[in-house]
Ligand binder design. Structure first.
Ligand code: AMP
Ligand code: MG
Length: 352
């Protein structure tokens, strides 16, 4: 299939933007797929109420069809149509964080086909904060199922370049616009029980949720990398976000981390293999490797979170065989960052 690529400039005239989004919305309404930016990462959108669209999404991504899709909406009426017995806590969280990078799991209504939810009787719902994403959802009829727009297993794309790399030839349209600036996928919180449970950490932290609705738990499988229990978000069990090179996290004193990584880089160079490093600004000048990425200050894990997937994709482009990353503080957004890094590394952590 030939994939159309449409760019929307930051200063584009509203009427021209409207026309492009209306064209994209028509494609989704007619059962086709459109990749589009949200404020987290690029999504691969199809009609959430059309089982055939769900099937196409799984096929385009190469994603196992037991891994449910998030339904993106643009207004609260849409939530009432797809979720039932909506808990008061969900409404409070929606008021506090929607539109924004928070996904909530609730009981689904019959309007949502089983194909969209991977056979579950719950549905994941998000109202994204990106203006073009909201306008596209409206133009597409109000319910857009959209996983990240990458091939299954690869890092989520934060720029159109990597969407094109993965999806060209597989979907009808790619919208190229700015704004996927948070860089990590939404926080997922399960509201089907008495106490909300975070299934995937993200920009909206446990503290922020607890401040709004009281006691909030973390899914046990997130806290323990070696857990043999199945995670409650089916997608969290799959290998994810993985670059082609072998990634490991290195933990220890700053001097020991730098020394260990530089030794490994020297060793790999001897074998004619490239080494990549993700380091913080405070230590970046000390690294000696083929590709060194500056994740910003240690005190600002948000900057690292924004860039992580771009770094992983760039290492692929550069054919880096071994990647070492510093570890980050596991609080707030740092927890989301560590969650993705650990998954990308298959939980390989080297203590030095
Ligand atoms: P992605 O679409 O790539 O951001 O991934 C969506 C994530 O949400 C996956 O980890 C899914 O397993 C999870 N998810 C979607 N729907 C549900 C649901 N009804 N219950 C639990 N997890 C869900
Ligand atoms: Mg994904």
């Amino acid at each position: 299939m030939e994939t159309e690529i449409l760019s929307i400039a930051a200063d584009e005239q509203p009427e021209s933007v409207r026309q492009k989004l209306s064209h994209a919305g028509d494609i989704i309404k007619n059962g086709g797929l459109v990749a589009f930016p949200t404020e987290t990462v690029y999504g691969l959108g199809g009609d959430a109420l059309n089982p055939e669209s769900a099937r196409k999404i799984y096929a385009a991504k190469g994603r196992p069809s037991d891994n449910p899709l998030i339904v993106h909406i643009a207004d609260m009426e849409a939530l009432d149509a797809i979720a039932k017995r909506i808990p008061e806590k969900a409404r409070q969280l929606a008021r506090a964080f929607w539109p924004g990078p928070l996904t909530m799991i609730m009981e689904k209504t019959g309007l949502v086909p089983a194909q969209t939810t991977g056979g579950l009787d719950t549905v994941a719902v998000r109202m994204p904060g990106h203006p073009a994403a909201l306008a596209l959802i409206r133009a597409a009829g109000g319910y857009v199922a959209a996983p990240s727009a990458n091939l299954s297993g690869k890092p989520s794309p934060t720029t159109a370049k990597y969407v094109i790399q993965d999806m060209a030839g597989r979907i009808e349209l790619i919208l190229d616009a700015d704004g996927a600036e948070l860089g990590l996928e939404s926080t997922i919180v399960d509201l089907t029980g008495e106490v909300p449970v975070i299934l995937r950490p993200g920009y909206i932290t446990q503290e922020m949720i607890a401040r709004t609705v009281g006691e909030t738990e973390m899914d046990i499988t997130l806290l323990d990398g070696d857990s043999t229990q199945a995670p409650k978000a089916p997608g969290m069990k799959y290998r994810h976000y993985a670059p082609k090179g072998e990634l490991a996290l290195v933990e220890g004193s700053p001097e020991a981390v730098v020394q260990y990584i530089n030794e490994q880089a020297r060793r790999h160079r001897g074998d004619n293999k490239k080494t990549g490093v993700i380091g913080t600004a405070e230590r970046i000048a000390d690294y000696c490797a083929d590709s060194v990425k500056n994740a910003g200050s240690r005190r600002d894990p948000l900057a690292a979170a924004r860039q992580l997937y771009t770094f992983l994709r760039e290492f692929d482009d550069e054919e880096v065989a071994y990647i070492y990353s510093e570890a980050f503080e596991g609080a707030g957004i740092g927890q989301a960052l560590m969650n993705r890094l650990l998954k990308a590394a298959g939980h390989k952590v080297i203590q030095v």
